[in-house]
Write a protein that binds this ligand. Sequence first.
Ligand SMILES: *Cc1c(COP(=O)(O)O)cnc(C)c1O
Length: 374
Amino acid sequence: MKVPFNDLARSMPRDEVWSRVREVLEDGRYISGPEVAAFEREFARYCGAGHCVGVSSGTTALQAALLAFGVGPGDEVITVSATFMATTAAIVHVGAVPVFVDIDPRHRTMRVDAVEPAVTSRTRAIVAVDLYGHPSDIGPITEVARRHGLTVICDAAQAHGASYHGRRVGSLADATTFSFYPSKNLGAVGDAGAVTTDRADIADRIRELRDHGRRADRDDHVRVGYNWRLDAVQAAVLRVRLRHLDGCIRARREAAARYGRLLARSHLDLPTEATGVEHAYHLYVVSGADRTRMRAALRARGIATAVHYPTPVHLLPPMRPYAPADHSRRLAVTEALARECLSLPMFPGITAAEQAAVADAVHEAESSARRVHR
Ligand SMILES: *Cc1c(COP(=O)(O)O)cnc(C)c1O
């Protein structure tokens, strides 16, 4: 049986999206405007945040959040290397220096006890990443931040709909950034992003930054900004899909539970959830196998997989200057994850039969590997 890695069409509410997009086309206000404002209100409410500002991507959301908190040249930002390049690129783009710390091996998010030792007199902010959809342990991270006067930003590009001790991601940090890249948990039909925050002043500053430093509905420019605006067609699609987000997260969590049962007798390390956390399972990432061999065996059976991410950010050539020089800050767990991580097919609408085919292929690959070793 052929199993795709992802199939966005299965969860696209086509008719609802068409009719909402048609209204926007007929309305004629295509950039910012009432559709964007409506999405911002609805997404803020969904997250339990005071404010949401829509921007052009998850990357510009991070840049805008860092700039709004005044992070800039000379500042250090404590972050993880186990992420997509964009998290670190945003820090570098505002002129700050990323200081990488390792991740927790079970949940693959920032190691809480690594944060305080990385604080220096230049540290201004912490950017935690909810990798694969598992929320960062933001409680103790925030305690460290408060002791040292640091801002906490959460990169939740993979974690829409996840929750932490009963609160939704998006309401937990000083600011949370989201990407609505089409394959994310909440996807647009192009590039889009947002920042949520409880701080009205920060939301206002991000509104200025995204629109050439302009105050809403005025022509005076109060700062040098950017064109990081969200367009109305993306907002229309997002408004429709937001109404289905909880159902999609439920489907992802059910699929993850089913993989847990189907793969219980395999030797793979399966994803786990910290106590009090609801993982959004943007990706279902296993480790502990010979990845090259396992991928090839699955591919031979028509099963598509992916790798998120084959090289940790600190080992990518443009980021090497920021790799920790100090041996005591080695990113051993991050590097091991990059070597072993394998993302299995995971998307709302994946069928039980498709998941069973994935599990059969994994078991078959494991038993033929044992035969080879004998
Ligand atoms: C997708 C992603 C981003 C970047 O979002 P874009 O919308 O593609 O700019 C940033 N961080 C993480 C963790 C991501 O997965």
